[in-house]
Design a protein around this ligand. Structure first.
Ligand SMILES: C[S@@+](CC[C@H](N)C(=O)[O-])C[C@H]1O[C@@H](n2cnc3c(N)ncnc32)[C@H](O)[C@@H]1O
Length: 240
Protein backbone atom coordinates (compact mmCIF):
# COMPACT_ATOMS: atom_id res chain seq x y z
CA UNK A 1 0.00 0.00 0.00
CA UNK A 2 3.00 2.29 0.68
CA UNK A 3 2.00 5.93 0.99
CA UNK A 4 -1.11 5.50 -1.17
CA UNK A 5 -3.47 7.14 1.34
CA UNK A 6 -1.07 10.02 2.09
CA UNK A 7 -1.15 10.81 -1.64
CA UNK A 8 -4.88 10.37 -2.33
CA UNK A 9 -6.25 11.96 0.89
CA UNK A 10 -7.08 15.30 -0.75
CA UNK A 11 -9.11 13.63 -3.54
CA UNK A 12 -10.59 10.74 -1.55
CA UNK A 13 -14.00 12.20 -0.66
CA UNK A 14 -14.72 13.51 -4.17
CA UNK A 15 -13.93 10.09 -5.63
CA UNK A 16 -16.68 8.52 -3.55
CA UNK A 17 -19.41 10.99 -4.48
CA UNK A 18 -20.51 8.43 -7.01
CA UNK A 19 -24.10 9.56 -7.28
CA UNK A 20 -26.52 11.81 -5.41
CA UNK A 21 -27.43 9.14 -2.85
CA UNK A 22 -24.64 6.54 -2.92
CA UNK A 23 -23.13 7.61 0.41
CA UNK A 24 -26.58 7.83 2.01
CA UNK A 25 -27.37 4.30 0.76
CA UNK A 26 -24.15 2.82 2.23
CA UNK A 27 -24.57 4.74 5.49
CA UNK A 28 -28.13 3.47 5.93
CA UNK A 29 -26.97 -0.14 5.36
CA UNK A 30 -24.37 0.34 8.11
CA UNK A 31 -26.75 2.06 10.57
CA UNK A 32 -29.52 -0.53 10.08
CA UNK A 33 -27.11 -3.49 9.92
CA UNK A 34 -25.40 -2.54 13.17
CA UNK A 35 -28.68 -1.37 14.75
CA UNK A 36 -26.98 1.80 15.97
CA UNK A 37 -28.52 3.65 18.92
CA UNK A 38 -27.62 6.33 21.43
CA UNK A 39 -26.48 3.55 23.82
CA UNK A 40 -23.69 2.38 21.54
CA UNK A 41 -19.97 2.93 21.81
CA UNK A 42 -18.32 2.37 18.47
CA UNK A 43 -14.95 2.11 16.74
CA UNK A 44 -14.56 2.85 13.04
CA UNK A 45 -11.27 1.10 12.27
CA UNK A 46 -9.50 2.50 9.21
CA UNK A 47 -11.97 5.37 9.11
CA UNK A 48 -10.04 7.24 6.42
CA UNK A 49 -11.16 10.86 6.05
CA UNK A 50 -14.20 10.14 8.24
CA UNK A 51 -16.60 10.77 5.36
CA UNK A 52 -18.78 7.81 6.38
CA UNK A 53 -18.25 8.21 10.14
CA UNK A 54 -19.58 11.77 9.88
CA UNK A 55 -22.67 10.62 7.98
CA UNK A 56 -23.26 7.78 10.46
CA UNK A 57 -23.32 10.30 13.32
CA UNK A 58 -25.54 12.71 11.36
CA UNK A 59 -28.05 10.03 10.35
CA UNK A 60 -28.23 7.91 13.55
CA UNK A 61 -28.54 8.47 17.29
CA UNK A 62 -24.95 7.37 17.87
CA UNK A 63 -22.71 9.95 19.57
CA UNK A 64 -19.81 7.89 20.97
CA UNK A 65 -17.64 7.04 17.96
CA UNK A 66 -13.87 6.69 17.79
CA UNK A 67 -12.19 6.78 14.38
CA UNK A 68 -8.88 4.91 14.22
CA UNK A 69 -6.78 5.87 11.23
CA UNK A 70 -3.03 5.26 10.69
CA UNK A 71 -2.55 7.57 7.67
CA UNK A 72 -1.66 11.03 8.89
CA UNK A 73 -3.20 12.82 5.90
CA UNK A 74 -6.43 10.85 6.06
CA UNK A 75 -6.75 11.31 9.84
CA UNK A 76 -6.14 15.08 9.49
CA UNK A 77 -9.21 15.26 7.25
CA UNK A 78 -11.27 13.26 9.76
CA UNK A 79 -10.21 15.62 12.56
CA UNK A 80 -11.28 18.62 10.46
CA UNK A 81 -14.78 17.09 10.50
CA UNK A 82 -14.80 17.38 14.28
CA UNK A 83 -14.67 13.60 14.77
CA UNK A 84 -12.81 11.88 17.64
CA UNK A 85 -9.79 10.47 15.86
CA UNK A 86 -6.94 8.29 17.04
CA UNK A 87 -4.14 8.82 14.49
CA UNK A 88 -2.55 5.42 14.74
CA UNK A 89 -3.17 1.70 14.70
CA UNK A 90 -5.61 -0.53 16.56
CA UNK A 91 -2.71 -1.58 18.81
CA UNK A 92 -1.74 1.96 19.77
CA UNK A 93 -5.44 2.78 20.38
CA UNK A 94 -5.95 -0.28 22.60
CA UNK A 95 -2.79 0.55 24.55
CA UNK A 96 -4.44 3.85 25.52
CA UNK A 97 -8.06 2.66 25.97
CA UNK A 98 -9.16 -0.06 28.32
CA UNK A 99 -12.90 0.17 27.66
CA UNK A 100 -14.86 -2.26 25.52
CA UNK A 101 -17.10 -1.28 22.60
CA UNK A 102 -20.54 -2.37 21.44
CA UNK A 103 -20.02 -1.85 17.71
CA UNK A 104 -16.92 -2.09 15.51
CA UNK A 105 -16.93 -1.09 11.85
CA UNK A 106 -14.18 -2.01 9.39
CA UNK A 107 -15.23 -0.55 6.06
CA UNK A 108 -13.16 -1.25 2.97
CA UNK A 109 -9.97 -1.62 4.96
CA UNK A 110 -9.71 -5.32 5.88
CA UNK A 111 -7.60 -6.09 2.77
CA UNK A 112 -4.89 -3.80 4.17
CA UNK A 113 -4.46 -5.83 7.36
CA UNK A 114 -1.66 -8.39 7.13
CA UNK A 115 -2.60 -10.58 10.11
CA UNK A 116 -6.40 -10.58 10.19
CA UNK A 117 -6.63 -13.56 12.60
CA UNK A 118 -4.69 -11.61 15.18
CA UNK A 119 -6.83 -8.50 14.62
CA UNK A 120 -10.03 -10.56 15.03
CA UNK A 121 -8.69 -11.95 18.32
CA UNK A 122 -8.08 -8.41 19.61
CA UNK A 123 -11.53 -7.30 18.49
CA UNK A 124 -13.10 -10.36 20.13
CA UNK A 125 -11.59 -9.30 23.44
CA UNK A 126 -12.86 -5.72 23.04
CA UNK A 127 -16.45 -6.28 21.92
CA UNK A 128 -19.24 -6.23 24.52
CA UNK A 129 -21.36 -9.38 24.88
CA UNK A 130 -24.33 -7.85 23.02
CA UNK A 131 -22.06 -6.18 20.49
CA UNK A 132 -21.66 -6.50 16.73
CA UNK A 133 -18.78 -6.20 14.25
CA UNK A 134 -19.32 -5.22 10.63
CA UNK A 135 -16.72 -5.70 7.92
CA UNK A 136 -17.60 -4.14 4.58
CA UNK A 137 -15.52 -5.46 1.72
CA UNK A 138 -15.76 -6.35 -1.96
CA UNK A 139 -15.65 -9.54 -4.04
CA UNK A 140 -12.39 -10.27 -5.86
CA UNK A 141 -14.12 -10.11 -9.23
CA UNK A 142 -15.54 -6.63 -9.58
CA UNK A 143 -17.96 -5.09 -12.05
CA UNK A 144 -15.95 -1.85 -11.93
CA UNK A 145 -15.02 -1.14 -15.55
CA UNK A 146 -11.29 -1.42 -14.99
CA UNK A 147 -8.84 -1.93 -17.83
CA UNK A 148 -7.46 -5.48 -17.80
CA UNK A 149 -4.29 -4.99 -15.73
CA UNK A 150 -6.23 -2.95 -13.13
CA UNK A 151 -8.87 -5.70 -12.86
CA UNK A 152 -5.94 -8.07 -12.20
CA UNK A 153 -4.37 -5.91 -9.47
CA UNK A 154 -7.83 -5.44 -7.92
CA UNK A 155 -8.33 -9.22 -7.81
CA UNK A 156 -4.95 -9.71 -6.15
CA UNK A 157 -5.54 -6.92 -3.64
CA UNK A 158 -8.86 -8.36 -2.36
CA UNK A 159 -8.55 -11.68 -0.54
CA UNK A 160 -11.51 -14.05 -0.82
CA UNK A 161 -13.93 -12.90 1.91
CA UNK A 162 -14.40 -16.51 3.05
CA UNK A 163 -10.92 -16.32 4.59
CA UNK A 164 -12.30 -13.67 6.95
CA UNK A 165 -15.50 -15.55 7.79
CA UNK A 166 -13.50 -18.71 8.61
CA UNK A 167 -11.08 -16.77 10.81
CA UNK A 168 -13.91 -14.96 12.61
CA UNK A 169 -15.65 -18.27 13.34
CA UNK A 170 -12.40 -19.80 14.62
CA UNK A 171 -11.98 -16.89 17.01
CA UNK A 172 -15.49 -17.58 18.36
CA UNK A 173 -17.81 -15.20 16.48
CA UNK A 174 -21.13 -16.16 14.91
CA UNK A 175 -20.97 -14.89 11.35
CA UNK A 176 -23.58 -13.71 8.86
CA UNK A 177 -22.89 -12.52 5.32
CA UNK A 178 -25.03 -10.31 3.08
CA UNK A 179 -24.24 -8.96 -0.38
CA UNK A 180 -25.65 -5.56 -1.29
CA UNK A 181 -25.54 -4.01 -4.75
CA UNK A 182 -25.87 -0.40 -5.82
CA UNK A 183 -26.45 0.35 -9.48
CA UNK A 184 -24.18 3.09 -10.72
CA UNK A 185 -24.41 5.07 -13.93
CA UNK A 186 -21.32 7.24 -14.22
CA UNK A 187 -20.45 9.62 -17.05
CA UNK A 188 -17.34 8.17 -18.73
CA UNK A 189 -15.24 11.23 -17.93
CA UNK A 190 -16.08 10.88 -14.21
CA UNK A 191 -14.91 7.28 -14.28
CA UNK A 192 -11.66 8.21 -16.06
CA UNK A 193 -11.03 10.92 -13.44
CA UNK A 194 -11.57 8.33 -10.67
CA UNK A 195 -9.00 6.08 -12.32
CA UNK A 196 -6.52 8.97 -12.68
CA UNK A 197 -7.11 9.90 -9.02
CA UNK A 198 -6.42 6.27 -8.05
CA UNK A 199 -9.70 6.06 -6.16
CA UNK A 200 -8.88 2.46 -5.24
CA UNK A 201 -5.57 1.43 -3.72
CA UNK A 202 -4.81 -1.23 -6.37
CA UNK A 203 -4.40 1.67 -8.82
CA UNK A 204 -1.33 2.83 -6.90
CA UNK A 205 0.38 -0.18 -8.49
CA UNK A 206 -0.04 1.44 -11.93
CA UNK A 207 2.02 4.34 -13.26
CA UNK A 208 0.29 7.44 -14.66
CA UNK A 209 1.32 6.26 -18.14
CA UNK A 210 -0.24 2.82 -17.61
CA UNK A 211 -3.46 4.42 -16.40
CA UNK A 212 -3.60 6.69 -19.46
CA UNK A 213 -2.97 3.70 -21.74
CA UNK A 214 -5.72 1.80 -19.88
CA UNK A 215 -8.17 4.68 -20.28
CA UNK A 216 -7.35 4.80 -24.00
CA UNK A 217 -8.27 1.11 -24.28
CA UNK A 218 -11.50 1.68 -22.36
CA UNK A 219 -12.42 4.60 -24.65
CA UNK A 220 -11.72 2.46 -27.68
CA UNK A 221 -13.98 -0.34 -26.39
CA UNK A 222 -16.74 1.93 -25.13
CA UNK A 223 -19.97 2.44 -27.09
CA UNK A 224 -21.58 4.92 -24.68
CA UNK A 225 -20.86 8.12 -22.74
CA UNK A 226 -21.69 6.28 -19.51
CA UNK A 227 -20.54 3.29 -17.53
CA UNK A 228 -23.45 1.37 -16.04
CA UNK A 229 -22.52 -1.28 -13.46
CA UNK A 230 -23.17 -2.66 -9.97
CA UNK A 231 -21.04 -1.77 -7.00
CA UNK A 232 -21.22 -5.05 -5.09
CA UNK A 233 -20.40 -4.83 -1.40
CA UNK A 234 -20.05 -7.74 1.00
CA UNK A 235 -21.31 -7.10 4.53
CA UNK A 236 -19.84 -9.53 7.08
CA UNK A 237 -21.57 -9.35 10.47
CA UNK A 238 -19.89 -10.98 13.47
CA UNK A 239 -21.50 -11.43 16.89
CA UNK A 240 -20.66 -13.29 20.08
C1 LIG B 1 -10.25 2.46 1.33
S1 LIG B 1 -9.89 3.38 2.78
C2 LIG B 1 -11.44 3.28 3.60
C3 LIG B 1 -11.68 4.45 4.50
C4 LIG B 1 -13.07 4.48 5.15
N1 LIG B 1 -13.31 3.31 5.95
C5 LIG B 1 -14.10 4.60 4.06
O1 LIG B 1 -14.83 3.64 3.80
O2 LIG B 1 -14.18 5.68 3.46
C6 LIG B 1 -8.87 2.30 3.73
C7 LIG B 1 -8.33 2.94 5.01
O3 LIG B 1 -7.74 1.94 5.85
C8 LIG B 1 -6.60 2.50 6.46
N2 LIG B 1 -5.72 1.41 6.90
C9 LIG B 1 -4.76 0.76 6.22
N3 LIG B 1 -4.16 -0.17 6.98
C10 LIG B 1 -4.76 -0.12 8.19
C11 LIG B 1 -4.58 -0.82 9.43
N4 LIG B 1 -3.67 -1.79 9.55
N5 LIG B 1 -5.35 -0.48 10.48
C12 LIG B 1 -6.29 0.49 10.37
N6 LIG B 1 -6.50 1.19 9.22
C13 LIG B 1 -5.75 0.89 8.16
C14 LIG B 1 -5.99 3.37 5.37
O4 LIG B 1 -5.08 4.32 5.88
C15 LIG B 1 -7.24 3.99 4.76
O5 LIG B 1 -7.59 5.20 5.33
Amino acid sequence: MGDHYEVVASKYDASWELSADYQHWVTQKIIMGLGLSSEDTMIDLGAGTGVFAEKIIQDSELTDLWCIEPSEEMSKKAKLRGLSVHSGTLDSFLALNEESFSKILMKEMIHHIADTSNTFLKIYSKILAEGKVLIVTRPQVTEFPFFKSAADTFYKSQPDYKIYTDQLEKVGFRVNVKTESYRLKLPSEQWYTMLRNRFMSNLSEHSAEEIEAGIKTLKHESTSDFYDFNDNLIFIFAEL
